[in-house]
Design a protein around this ligand. Structure first.
Ligand SMILES: [Ca+2]
Ligand SMILES: [Ca+2]
Length: 250
């Protein structure tokens, strides 16, 4: 007995052409989702560079412009050594550190509370003028693809630059706990090259593992430790966050 044509179609399910069309549509949707994620990530990296990283670089430079000395260089500038043109080394890790840095910046008319738009809270200054709503301009909370949330904070120091002969001593502001992609965005903003090894933006060191307390910036009070800028490392299980420095003087 002959099966009617309509019945044949129902029995055969999807044709090869129909399957191909479905696969193409799924591919287009997936490509769109991936592209969307790339755009969101890229926007997050740029947001860090523009709203936090570069703001701290600019505030550090403005302080020098107004005072004639670097912040964290000598006790008058929230440093722990002498004001000799070399930053003494300090990280914004404790309330006391933040307060000391905040006080001298505010006295110079450079207020991080006004300059940094931040979502991090919990910084309650006592001796210095507290930022409104106890927001913490020293902390940037960033969402990363592989690590989840990270907290990036600024540190200051000086290092002996082995890239030039004779070796020169540089002052820098650095960003500790910084995911490599965030550092690349800031490097691109400050010198146009996301390489880590050249220009004003340089890579100084990495963490051994995400869970360790990693870099704390240059040791308090230390000046011009020899450090060698290098090309950015690639992400691995042990290298995920780095210290990225922006050189303040040439
Ligand atoms: Ca000094
Ligand atoms: Ca660079």
């Amino acid at each position: 007995m002959r099966v009617p044509v309509r019945k044949q179609r129902e029995l055969s399910g999807f044709t090869l052409v129909e399957m191909a069309i479905v696969l193409v549509i799924i591919g287009i949707i997936l490509a769109g989702v991936m592209k969307g994620r790339d755009i969101v990530r890229s926007a997050q990296h740029k947001e860090f560079a523009q709203s936090f990283g570069n703001k701290w670089v600019t505030m550090t430079q403005t302080y020098y412009d107004k005072i004639g000395q670097h912040i964290i260089d000598g006790s008058n500038n929230a440093g722990t050594g002498i004001a000799n043109g070399l930053i003494d080394g300090r990280s914004s890790t404790t309330t006391a550190d933040k307060e000391a840095i905040l006080l001298v910046l505010q006295a110079a008319g450079v207020d991080p509370c006004n300059n940094i738009k931040t979502i991090a809270t919990g910084f309650a200054a006592t001796s210095a003028q507290a930022c409104q709503n106890t927001k913490d301009p020293f902390q940037y909370i960033g969402d990363t693809e592989y690590m989840g949330r990270v907290s990036i904070y600024p540190a200051w120091g000086s290092f002996t630059d082995s890239r030039v002969t004779p070796n020169r001593q540089r002052n820098y502001v650095s960003f500790v706990n910084c995911p490599i992609e965030f550092a690349k965005a800031l490097d691109t903003l400050v010198d146009g090259e996301a390489d880590g090894a050249n220009g004003f933006g340089v890579y100084l060191g990495n963490s051994a593992a995400l869970s360790t307390s990693i870099q704390t910036g240059q040791q308090d009070g230390a000046e011009a430790t020899a450090r060698t800028p290098a090309a950015f490392p690639t992400y691995s299980a042990t290298v995920q966050i780095i210290e990225f420095a922006v050189i303040l003087d040439y």
